[in-house]
Design a binder for this molecule. Structure first.
Ligand SMILES: Cc1ncc(COP(=O)(O)O)c(C=O)c1O
Length: 418
């Protein structure tokens, strides 16, 4: 018997989960697909005996499923532990394999830290010379600007498909086309961690050479991800030891996680239309109603849903710290997140919002709601009910007057005045 696809029990019934971009509840069908590899078929897939061969076979099947979902061949998929590892392998692996051709690396200011920090580290080590491209006020990278900075010694361009904070979608096909036209040897990598499940990415249609994606953003388990590698792409392994993954990533495979990843991505393909319609509907509702109900709030990222990741709703709220709102929302039963990274007790404004031009003070009031399969109209209604009084209460505590937004906030806010 196979378990029907159903969202895992995300939260107790009285709580609402609006943080699907952070991670998704594993689908029950995914959990079922994983169980045999935790209980009976736990053997090392590299071993010779018959039990081990069954786990080897499971990995081969999973690889074929994952490859099919992104329009690739099985031999083009390298399983990793997730998005961060795939990003790191892409950047470090290409730079290490291309030393004779150059060390120029191009990326954008709004990438996930898995990319940005890898680029910075490579530069510190003297292994890369990095150009960081700006973005427009929606958080998107201009393909013409990418082409303009590609040089003869540019070995890698890494631009994300969908931004995890503001949901901005980049025209990766156009970026890849322009980069390859300018320099056919330049490798194009895209981080499709947030978009792979929602949009159904196809490596040939995108025209990229490397693509990062991960299971736990598509109702799969933590601990499994992949890097798509187009044949002929220069790539050096970054984890050495065994001969797994065609020597590109050593380490005994997590058969259960990989089997779960395959089930999750297959389910995402089957459910794509339904998921998309559902998430777009709830997303639209919030994008329209949040600024109506809360003065001095602005939606960040693209307003046009064709340029925005389904399910993503991000905003800034003037005169309130995003973290304070999140704590109050948590008490009210809503789990959400902000674009800010809380480090050493002080809240740094999100690098994404700052790169888009949002004033740093206003960026501190950022919130991100990411909707998923399990959310309902009632969840959205509840958020719209509880959030306005929270903002009002926190503004009332502010030591500065909060009735009027300063002029530099105005281009970012809707629902002005208070
Ligand atoms: C765009 C993007 N890239 C990479 C990652 C890292 O993925 P993982 O958590 O699988 O390491 C994330 C996770 O939030 C992400 O949103």
């Amino acid at each position: 018997m196979t378990t029907e696809s159903a969202p895992g029990r995300a939260m107790p019934a009285d709580r609402i989960y609006l943080d699907h971009a952070a991670t998704t509840p594993p689908d029950l069908a995914v959990v079922e697909a994983m169980l045999p590899y935790l209980t009976e078929r736990w053997h090392n897939p590299s071993s010779i005996y018959v039990e081990a061969q069954a786990t080897r076979h499971a990995i081969d099947e999973a690889r074929a499923t994952v490859a099919r979902a992104v329009g690739a061949g099985p031999e083009e998929i390298v399983f990793t532990s997730g998005g961060s590892e795939s990003d790191s392998l892409a950047l470090r692996g290409v730079l290490a394999a291309s030393t004779r051709r150059g060390k120029h690396l191009v990326t954008s200011a709004v990438e996930h830290h898995a990319v940005l920090d890898s680029a910075e580290q490579l530069e510190r080590e003297g292994l890369a010379e990095v150009t960081v491209l700006p973005v427009d006020r929606e958080g998107r990278v201009d393909p013409v600007a990418v082409e303009a900075v590609v040089r003869d010694d540019t070995v890698l361009v890494s631009v994300m498909h969908a931004n995890n904070e503001v949901g901005a979608l980049n025209d990766i096909a156009e970026i890849a086309r322009r980069v390859h036209e300018r320099n056919p040897h330049t490798v194009v990598h895209t981080d499709a961690v947030q978009s792979a499940a929602h949009l159904g990415v196809n490596v040939d249609r995108l025209g990229i050479d490397l693509m990062t994606f991960t299971a736990h953003k598509m109702y799969g388990p933590r601990g499994a991800g992949a890097l798509y590698v187009r044949p002929g792409t220069p790539l050096s392994p970054q984890i050495l030891g065994g001969t797994q993954e065609r020597r590109l990533r050593a380490g005994t495979e997590d058969t259960a996680a990989i089997a779960g990843f395959a089930r999750a991505i297959a389910l995402a393909s089957e459910r794509r239309e339904a998921d998309l319609t559902h998430e777009r509907h709830l997303q639209q509702r919030l994008i329209e109603d949040l600024p109506r109900r809360i003065p001095m709030l602005g939606i960040t990222g693209p307003r046009d849903l064709d340029r925005r990741l389904p399910g993503n709703v991000s905003c800034v709220v003037a005169y309130v710290e995003g973290e304070s709102i999140l704590l109050a929302l948590d008490l009210a039963g809503v789990a959400a997140s902000s674009g800010s990274a809380c480090t050493t007790g002080s809240v740094e404004p999100s690098h994404v919002l700052v790169a888009m031009g949002v004033p740093a003070e206003l960026a501190r009031g950022s919130l991100r709601f990411t909707l998923g399969r399990g959310n309902t109209e009632a969840d959205v209604e509840r958020l719209l009910e509880v959030l306005p009084p929270i903002v009002q209460r926190l503004r009332a505590l502010s030591p500065v007057p909060t009735t009027e937004a300063p002029p530099e906030y105005l281009p970012w806010l809707e629902g002005v005045p208070a």
